[in-house]
Design a protein around this ligand. Structure first.
Ligand SMILES: C[S@@+](CC[C@H](N)C(=O)[O-])C[C@H]1O[C@@H](n2cnc3c(N)ncnc32)[C@H](O)[C@@H]1O
Length: 251
């Protein structure tokens, strides 16, 4: 597979230091929450979309679950493989674009956490197609009745945070809810920068999008890293959480 977008480029460079980010420090509690919500027997098979360095996948595997992790960045997957080896757990890693991922295998549950692919747009991605494609792809590989837990950028915060000036200078587009910013990152060859596009969602839109993908929302609320739980969305927080379920009678 060719690594076709700027996020892959960014995360390839960022991968060696990704686990230094403060938002990665709550993995154990996050997995406690995920397992409580999924309520699955041990050995169930969980799909982790946009798995990154595999922090959730590895913690789930340590607790006796089978996990497949999908990511567009070979650099992130290389870190994930290394960490899984160190933790002595076996995980299937798939190098793929979640917007194009398909499988005939059906999973018992899915996770797509901390903007794991969802909302991270490449330069040429259509903001109205990219994420519905990801959701449809995930939905298509879940067993009927299986749950998906996702956290993504909170569009309410974007609307409250960006100014009219940001709109005029093209940093925030209120039509597409896309923020465009230059991100700098270090590589062994020196500092690089890349123009990144991130899309935020208001909860109403998420409910509709998940429904269109055949996933009925059971809970939607606050989901910022470090503060997970079933609670209402704080309008100014970073991330929103969706817990959804594929219909039990879905084909
Ligand atoms: C912020 S990281 C989150 C990683 C992990 N879920 C976590 O919670 O630490 C976002 C991940 O999504 C991956 N990603 C971005 N776009 C993707 C796509 N279209 N398909 C698959 N993975 C993608 C990136 O490579 C990166 O590893």
């Amino acid at each position: 597979m060719t690594e076709r977008n700027e996020w892959a480029e960014f995360f390839n460079g960022h991968a060696p230091v990704y686990m230094d980010n403060s938002f990665t420090k709550n993995t154990v509690q996050e997995v406690d929450f995920v397992l409580q919500e999924l309520s699955l027997p041990k050995h169930s098979h969980i799909l982790d979309t946009g798995c990154g360095t595999g922090r959730h996948a590895i913690e789930l595997a340590k607790r006796g679950y089978r996990v497949t992790g999908v990511d567009i960045s070979s650099g992130m997957l290389a870190e994930a493989e290394k960490a899984a080896r160190e933790a002595e757990v076996k995980i299937t890693w798939v190098h793929a674009d979640a917007a194009r991922f398909s499988s005939t295998y059906l999973f018992d549950a899915g996770i797509c956490l901390c903007e794991g692919a969802f909302g991270l747009l490449g330069k040429d991605d259509d903001p109205f197609e990219h994420d519905i494609n990801i959701l449809r792809n995930i939905g298509s590989v879940l067993k009927p009745g299986a749950r998906l837990i996702s956290t993504t950028l909170n569009g309410c915060r974007m609307i409250r945070q960006f100014s009219q000036e940001d709109v005029i200078k093209g940093q925030f587009n209120p039509v597409t809810m896309v923020e465009t910013s230059e991100m700098e990152y270090n590589t062994p060859e020196g500092q690089k920068s890349v123009l990144l596009r991130e899309r935020g969602y208001v909860p109403t839109e998420l409910v509709m999008l998940f429904r269109l993908a055949g996933l009925e929302v059971e809970h939607i609320g606050g989901g910022t890293a470090g503060n997970w739980g079933r609670r209402p969305l704080d309008l100014d927080e970073m991330e929103v959480m969706v817990i959804a379920r594929k219909a039990a009678n879905a084909a």
